[in-house]
Design a binder for this molecule. Structure first.
Ligand code: 13P
Ligand code: SF4
Length: 345
């Protein structure tokens, strides 16, 4: 990036001081992450947005649902800025509230209730509000297990959206059998699987990035490096998780690599920016992508030093741009589902 952009960023950042808090998700590029005051996974960044009371502006280097979540949790008097309004998450868009309502009514008509709805944080504020209204909760990849166990512990069924893979992987990790997991198909508005046995019903959404990692990538990594540990994000298909040595959120993946001895080797199935950063940070370990050609998230890549600078300059000029706002009624109901997540995890 142009030296002038970097120079201006330094200046504007210093001028804003504590008025702005810059949060960065682990999937940001190196050019952006260096400007973040705090870096983390979805859960850690949500917690920060909920607890920090000083900054007037939270500049969220991530994607739209993360900024929305921060806005819900940050409360009155704070505004959340997304440097590129077009940075979304295709998975979050796979569960439109109207489709969710249709599914909910159909499941009730078929006599599948009562059901606890759980939404992955990668979802719209309206979907979080739906969960808040219906006794459900939000989860992230760090706490999906605790949240799903909480729902099932109430002796009920759970409806998990939007990510079928996180839902299925978490249900399997809790000891459910594949027959106890059914899937709602949006296109046909039908339940696929043995509906009567189902304890967890997953929505049919997926992450277009993580779904591309396949069993052949695991085999290739093991052939390339003897003794390699394969670790993948739980948004990967269950066949890949089953072949991997471990799976977990970005924060868990980082923790595993940090704790590993020098000389160990890691093939990582998640976004490429994080994998490259780990490889650079731990030069005494062999760290590579499970499949570099599929591992870039185009939406995360939309945040750049250029649009970050424009966001900060707009704040300084008193005309903030890219403010992400959630209406009060939606925010109130979504906050209920988020608070349940914090209480459970
Ligand atoms: P984490 O919850 O691990 O931060 O992941 C967020 C995400 O978008 C993964 O694709
Ligand atoms: Fe969404 Fe996947 Fe990108 Fe994460 S990696 S933001 S789930 S598209």
């Amino acid at each position: 990036f142009a030296r002038e952009t970097i120079r201006r960023l330094g200046q504007v950042r210093a001028q804003l001081g504590r008025r702005a808090l810059i949060l960065g998700h682990h999937y940001m590029s190196d050019a952006v992450i260096g400007w973040a005051d705090a870096v983390g996974d979805s859960l850690a960044l949500s917690r920060l947005a909920a607890t920090q009371k000083e900054a007037e502006f939270i500049v969220f280097c991530g994607v739209h649902f993360m900024a929305e979540t921060a806005d819900i949790l940050a409360g009155q008097g704070r505004r959340v800025i997304l440097p590129d309004g077009g940075a979304g998450c295709p998975m979050a868009d796979m569960a439109a509230p109207e489709q969710v309502e249709q599914c909910w009514q159909e499941l009730a008509r078929l006599g599948h209730g009562p059901i606890i709805p759980i939404t992955y944080v990668n979802s719209s504020a309206r979907l979080k509000a739906f969960c808040g209204r219906h006794g459900g909760a939000v989860c992230t990849s760090s706490n999906a297990r605790a949240v799903l166990a909480w729902a099932l512990g109430q002796g009920r069924r759970a409806l998990f959206f939007p990510d079928q893979h996180l839902g299925r992987n978490t249900a399997l990790a809790l000891g459910l059998t594949p027959r106890e997991i059914a899937m709602w198909r949006r296109d046909a508005a039908v339940l696929e699987g043995e509906a009567a046995q189902a304890r967890v019903i997953v929505w049919d959404g997926f992450c277009p990035v993580h779904v591309e990692f396949g069993p052949a990538d695991v085999a290739r990594a093991r052939a390339r490096q003897a003794g390699v540990k394969v670790v993948v994000h739980p948004e990967c298909p269950s066949q890949v998780v089953a072949l991997a040595d471990d799976s977990g959120s970005t924060e868990k993946i980082i923790g595993l690599v940090e704790a590993a001895p020098a000389g160990s080797a890691w093939a990582i199935g998640t976004e490429i920016n994080l994998v490259r950063r780990l490889a650079a940070r731990f030069a005494d370990k062999t760290i590579f992508s499970l499949n570099e050609s599929v591992a870039g998230c185009p939406d995360m890549a939309k945040i750049s030093p250029t649009n970050l600078l424009a966001s900060l300059e707009a704040i300084l000029d008193g005309k903030p741009r890219g403010v992400v706002g959630v209406d009060e009624a939606t925010a109130r109901q979504a906050a209920v589902a988020l608070e349940r997540m914090f209480a459970v995890s």
